[in-house]
Design a protein around this ligand. Structure first.
Ligand code: C2G
Length: 705
């Protein structure tokens, strides 16, 4: 019998897939030892059929048991002739146990193939088994290049006889304490390539990191512990080289980056030296000069020289990166020169939608400061030539001046993320206004990421680095405040003020202002106005940052039916790059995508049509009709993002699946208003109560006092 050992702590969300892949095995003589600190909670999370199957055994561990301890307990309780470690977020091909047990023969261990995969991928089908084995002897340590004890079928008698255990004191690298002695004890390891272990890439490095995604400091301490422990054993030269290289590679890949801070060096130098001193001279042969210089400084205990070397490496790295591109050169000057200049206490940099517009909450905060708070030097990041009230200094995003100002400003005000290269300075204050009440799942709350050029792990890491820099965040309503705290991992000052960008919806909702905006846009004054403002789709794009939008709205028919009474303003999201062709629709359809401030467009519209854009939360302040043209609701909700609220029951207007339904609603708009009156009230009370026309004032008073 095979005992599968599966620690399951914190993996309640994933384990069903793992258990299913076991349940489907063609080889059935197994038991599964599932280890968890709260068996009742675990059982609530897993499927009935596994609970009813006697082969699945549940074993309680203590709450703080690390994975090594759980595996040791699993080994103690295993009743099989063989053990097999399978983690509770991974899965195996259906022929795994069969192929391994058929092929192991007299050997104490055997290994199968391992593949990386993402969540959401479906189970693998059986590959035709040829049972051809590869034998690993001299190169057997190549099999554990991922430092993992997973995916070996191992004779339990052998393990018991030689007493192999996992170190229970460390989070990461504990596998090495078991698997290295085990590999030392065998001559060869047979390898089956037709059976596959699917190792899933975790999608949440912040809230739910895999061991590899734990902070470098912790992994470093663990590695030092494990390294020193194993170095006490008498190891073969292969094992020694493997272990030394594990340390040196970790040093080069993860530690070198950290050593840019002298304080980090001060803190960890002694521990580092204790390990590096044990590296065998043979393992240092043929290593490059840069590494060897470091090693020499460490081994001779010369901290000051080591610091100089590290600083020099980092300068060199920055220069190398810098000379590659124009942007790199500017970043180099930014990092190495501008960031060393003193902060200017009166300087405030404003930016909205990455410099694309003079708009949104930064605009209203700026205008409030212009009027009510003299004594600050105000700079706008704007990528076009445009006159702005107050004639501030204007810089283009990523120009040298831009870098200069973001380095020296005491205050940064932005409504989207700053570039990854932005370095938040110690005394700098960063006010993030954000740009909408979330309907679509945000950042840390996203399961998968479908945007081009990134994946969930990278996306969340970068996002988390960004939100760490925010000192203040504006919340438009209690609902957003709660979501922002969680999805942005935010625990600095939440400004529960309402949206500055919505101040005008309270203060300027009058015929004089409405008329002046219509004049600015050259719109007829005798027609009612429909505003169509949809959002973007993560998976429809030309390239990174440039999204495609195909208009599903039938403008010809809309004009034929409503052209006498209405005009329509088409407002694409700012990341949408598709251009609209409105030839023949002159005087009826207007492309207002380039108009900076959507809040002004709300003011002049008699009705809003949108989809999953946050625009409706703001528009609801006006208490005017809202229609939802949601022709791709299922795809958007289920595949792309997922929503925070129930579109079917909580929106202040109807969901309309096609042009016919939409036109009917426009035709009978009074009836729609009546039908949705109650829901609109509830919605308004939930999302609009903080918007009292004084949000900019409240935010400024708090941040700039
Ligand atoms: N916007 C706009 N015109 C559109 C769509 C959006 O001017 N056609 C502006 C609005 O100010 C809106 C903001 O961009 O509130 C954000 O747009 P969303 O469509 O909601 O999408 P997104 O940029 O993904 O932000 O928490 C909010 C979310 O992050 C959504």
């Amino acid at each position: 019998m095979i005992s599968i050992i599966t620690p399951a702590e914190n993996n309640e969300n994933y384990i069903n897939g793992t258990l299913e892949s076991i349940h489907r095995q063609t080889y059935t003589d197994y038991e599964v030892l599932i280890l968890h600190s709260d068996i009742d909670a675990l059982k609530r999370a897993i499927g009935k059929k596994y609970k009813e199957d006697g082969r699945f055994r549940f074993i309680k561990t203590s709450r703080d048991a690390k994975v090594g301890e759980a595996r040791n307990i699993g080994m103690d309780r295993a009743q099989g002739d063989y053990i097999y470690f399978l983690d509770s977020d991974d899965y195996i091909s259906e022929n795994m146990l069969q192929l391994l047990s058929e092929s192991v023969g007299e050997q104490p261990i055997i290994r199968a193939k391992m593949k990386r995969t993402d969540f959401g991928s479906s189970f693998a089908i059986i590959m035709p088994g040829t049972n051809k084995l590869k034998m690993f002897s001299l190169r057997k340590y190549n099999l554990i290049r991922n430092h993992s004890a997973l995916n070996f079928l191992i004779s339990k008698g052998h393990v018991e006889q030689l007493g192999f255990r996992f170190d229970e004191s460390v989070e990461s690298f504990s596998d090495l304490t078991f698997i290295i002695p085990l590999l030392e004890s065998v001559e060869v390891v047979p390898y089956v390539s037709e059976a596959i272990y699917f190792r899933r890439r975790r999608n949440d490095p912040i809230n739910h990191p895999s061991l590899r995604q734990l902070p470098v400091e912790q992994r470093m301490r663990d590695l030092f512990t494990v390294y020193n422990e194993l170095k006490k054993l008498e190891l073969s030269s292969q094992a020694e080289r493997f272990l030394d290289n594990t340390l040196l590679n970790f040093y080069r890949k993860h530690l070198v980056v950290k050593f840019k801070d002298d304080s980090f060096i001060d803190e960890y130098f002694d521990d580092l030296a204790a390990s590096i001193n044990k590296v065998s001279p043979k393992s240092l042969k043929n290593k490059d000069r840069v590494l060897m210089n470091d090693i020499r400084a460490i081994r001779t205990n010369k901290v000051d020289i080591f610091k100089k070397l590290s600083n020099f490496h980092h300068l060199l790295r920055d220069i190398k990166k810098g000379i590659k591109s124009k942007k790199g050169r500017k970043e180099l000057i930014y990092k190495r020169i501008f960031n060393k200049l003193e902060l200017m206490d009166d300087l405030v940099v404003f930016e909205s939608f990455q410099g694309k517009a003079y708009s949104d909450s930064p605009k209203y905060i700026y205008e409030y400061m212009l009027k009510k708070r003299q004594g600050h030097k105000l700079v706008w990041v704007l990528n076009k030539n445009q006159k702005i009230p107050g004639n501030p200094k204007i810089v283009r995003r990523f120009s040298l001046k831009y870098y200069y100002y973001i380095a020296r400003a005491k205050y940064i005000v932005s409504n989207v993320r700053m570039p990854n290269s932005y370095i938040k300075r110690d005394r700098q204050k960063y006010l993030q206004t954000w740009h909408g009440t979330p309907l679509k799942r945000l950042a840390g709350d996203m399961e998968a990421v479908h945007m081009p050029g990134t994946n969930a792990v990278r996306y969340k890491r970068n996002f988390n680095n960004e939100t760490d820099k925010w000192d203040y965040l504006i919340a438009p309503n209690p609902y957003s405040s709660e979501i922002f705290k969680r999805a942005f991992w935010f625990n600095n000052t939440m400004l529960e003020t309402g949206y500055p960008r919505n101040d005008i919806l309270t203060n300027d909702n009058n015929p004089v202002i409405i008329r002046s905006i219509k004049e600015k846009l050259n719109l007829p004054r005798d027609k009612k106005v429909i505003l169509y403002a949809p959002t973007w789709r993560d998976d429809e794009y030309y390239k990174v940052g440039k999204y495609r939008f195909s208009l599903q709205l039938d403008l010809e028919r809309l004009r034929a039916r409503f052209g006498e009474e209405y005009i329509i303003l088409l407002r694409m999201h700012y990341v949408v790059a598709s251009k609209m062709d409105l030839t023949g629709l002159e005087g009826f359809a207007y492309d207002v995508s380039g108009y900076d401030d959507v809040s002004e467009l709300y003011l002049i519209s008699d009705m809003l049509i949108t989809d999953y854009s946050s625009v409706f939360f703001d528009y609801a302040n006006l208490k005017r009709p809202i229609l939802f043209f949601t022709y791709d609701l299922e795809k958007y909700k289920d595949q792309l993002r997922g929503f925070y609220i129930d579109m079917e029951t909580e929106l202040p207007g109807p969901l309309l699946r096609n042009n016919d339904e939409l036109f009917e609603a426009v035709e009978n708009i009074d009836q729609v208003v009546t039908n949705y009156e109650e829901r609109y009230e509830t919605f308004y009370d939930r999302f609009c109560l903080w918007d009292d026309g004084r949000a900019a004032e409240k935010a400024v008073e708090e941040v700039f006092n």
